[in-house]
Design a protein around this ligand. Structure first.
Ligand code: PLP
Length: 425
C-alpha cells in the first residue's frame, strides 16, 4: 500500500478534525527514525508529540510489554487489582517533587489526568472554580478544553463549556502581558493571579490554579525563576491548590525528571502522561495523599486506567530514565540544539526568539524582529518543507508561529545532525 492510496482511504474514513498531517503513513520506527510505508526514512523531531523521550520502540519497553501481555493483558483495577499498578504508583509518588505522603491514580491520556486532578481538587476543597493560563493547553475532552484558552481549533463550536474556569495571562517574556521586561518587571505577571481575585473570581471559590511549567502547545514559553515560587505563595495565601501539568514537560524533557523541580516549587497535584508510557496509553495524577483520598470509592479511574501492559511499559521507561541517565542526556542534547538554534537566529531574520528548557526548545518565527509580527505562514511552510526532506517537526504557539523540538532524548549524533541540516536548509 502506498502513501497515496492510504491518503485516499483516510479521506473517506477519518474525519478531518483529527489531522491534516501530510500524506505520510508510518510503518515502523526505531530510536529517532520513522520509516513510512514506502520505505522512506524521517528523523523525528516531534517524538510522537513528546511521547518518545526514550525513543521509538525502546527494546526494554517492548520487552516489558511482550512479557506483560503474555501474563495479564487486562484487568479493570476497579474489579481485580494487580501489582504493576501499585508499583507504578509507588514510583511516581517517590519521584514527583515533595517529601510528603502522596498517592497516584492512573488513567489513559493527558486530558484524563488533568480532569482527575481537577476533580480531586474540587472534591477535596469543596470549591468549584479553577484558574488556568491564557497560554495553557490541557487537552481535548470537554473540561480539559475548557481549561485550554485557545479557541481555534480546540474550542470553536464544541461548547457550552464548564462554568467556573478563569484564565490569566502567562509569563510570556517575549510578548510580556504587562508590556514590561524582565527582571525590571518585578514579576507583575504573577501578580495578575492576585489581581484576578479582584477583577474576575472570588478567591474563596477557587479550588486550584493549573499551570504548565513550560507552556507546550502555547509556544514553549518558560517563565522566569521567580514566577512559580510567587504563584505558590499566592496560592498558599488564599488556600488554593496548585496543579502542575507536566504532560508534555515531564519525564526528563526539560533536563530534570519534572520541569517544576527547576523552580524548586512543590505542587499539590501533578499530572504526567505522554513519555511516561514510552508509546503506550497511560497517564497519572499524583498528589498529596489526603487530597487524593477525598473522592469516594469509584469516583476516580476507569475501565482501562493503569492497564497492566501500560504499567509494565511505564515501569520500564522509568528504569531507562535511570539506567541511561536521561536527565543528563536531555541537558546535553538541549545544549547542542540551543547552540545550533542561536547560530541560526544570528543568520535568519525570521527567528525572533530562541527559548526553552533542557531539550524542550523552540524558535519563534516573525516577519519583523522589531515589531515581532508573528509568522505562522513561514512556520507552516517550514514544517511542510521539512517533511518533504525527511524531517518531522511541529509548530505550536497561539498563532502557530513557533517551531518546537521534542526529539527522542536518545537521538544519535548522526540523526541530530541530519535533522538540523534539513531544518536549516
Ligand atoms: N496537558 C498538556 C500540557 C499537553 O501538552 C497535552 C497534550 O498535548 C495534554 C494535557 C492532553 O494530553 P492528551 O492529548 O494525551 O489528552
Amino acid at each position: 500500500m502506498t502513501n497515496k492510496e492510504l491518503q485516499q482511504r483516510r479521506e473517506a474514513a477519518v474525519p478531518r478534525g483529527v489531522s491534516n498531517a501530510g500524506p505520510i503513513f508510518a510503518a515502523s520506527a526505531k530510536g529517532a527514525t520513522v520509516t513510512d510505508v514506502e520505505g522512506k526514512e524521517f528523523i523525528d523531531f516531534a517524538g510522537g508529540i513528546g511521547v518518545n523521550n526514550v525513543g521509538h520502540c525502546h527494546p526494554k519497553v517492548v520487552e516489558a510489554i511482550r512479557e506483560q501481555a503474555g501474563k495479564l493483558l487486562h484487568s479493570c483495577y476497579h474489579v481485580f487489582q494487580y501489582e504493576g499498578y501499585v508499583a507504578l504508583a509507588e514510583k511516581l509518588n517517590a519521584l514527583t517533587p515533595g517529601d510528603h505522603a502522596k498517592k497516584t491514580v492512573l488513567v489513559n491520556s493527558g486530558s484524563e489526568a488533568v480532569e482527575n486532578a481537577v476533580k480531586v481538587a474540587r472534591r477535596a476543597s469543596g470549591r468549584p472554580a479553577i484558574v488556568a493560563s491564557a497560554s495553557g493547553f490541557h487537552g481535548r475532552t470537554l473540561l480539559a478544553s475548557t481549561l485550554t484558552a485557545k479557541v481555534m481549533p480546540y474550542k470553536a463550536g464544541f461548547g457550552p463549556y464548564a462554568p467556573e474556569v478563569y484564565h490569566i495571562p502567562y509569563a510570556y517574556c517575549y510578548r510580556c502581558p504587562v508590556g514590561s521586561s524582565y527582571p525590571g518587571c518585578k514579576m507583575q505577571c504573577a501578580e495578575l493571579l492576585k489581581k484576578s481575585f479582584i477583577d474576575m473570581v472570588n478567591p474563596e471559590s477557587v479550588a486550584a490554579v493549573i499551570l504548565e511549567p513550560v507552556a507546550g502547545e502555547g509556544g514553549f514559553v518558560v517563565p522566569p525563576k521567580e514566577y512559580f515560587p510567587r504563584i505558590r505563595e499566592i496560592c498558599d495565601e488564599f488556600g488554593i491548590l496548585l496543579i502542575i501539568d507536566e504532560v508534555q514537560s515531564g519525564i526528563c524533557r526539560t533536563g530534570s525528571l519534572f520541569a517544576i523541580e527547576q523552580w524548586d516549587v512543590v505542587p499539590d497535584l501533578l499530572t504526567s502522561a505522554k513519555s511516561l508510557g514510552g508509546g503506550t496509553v497511560i497517564s497519572a495524577c499524583t498528589g498529596r495523599a489526603e487530597l487524593m483520598d477525598a473522592p469516594q470509592v469509584g469516583g476516580l479511574g476507569g475501565t482501562y486506567g493503569g492497564n497492566p501492559v501500560s504499567c509494565a511499559a511505564a515501569l520500564a521507561v522509568l528504569d531507562v530514565v535511570e539506567s541511561e541517565n536521561l536527565v543528563a542526556k536531555s541537558q546535553a542534547l538541549g545544549t547542542k540544539v540551543r547552540s545550533a538554534f542561536e547560530d541560526m537566529a544570528k543568520k535568519y531574520d525570521c527567528i525572533g526568539d530562541v527559548r526553552g528548557l533542557g531539550s524542550m526548545l523552540a524558535l519563534e518565527l516573525v516577519h519583523d524582529k522589531a515589531a515581532k509580527t508573528p509568522a505562522p505562514d513561514i512556520a507552516k511552510a517550514l514544517v511542510a518543507k521539512c517533511r518533504e526532506n525527511g524531517l518531522i517537526i511541529l509548530s505550536c504557539g497561539h498563532s502557530g508561529n513557533v517551531i518546537r523540538t521534542l526529539m527522542p532524548l536518545v537521538i544519535s549524533d548522526a540523526e541530530l545532525e541530519k535533522g538540523m541540516s534539513v531544518l536549516e536548509t
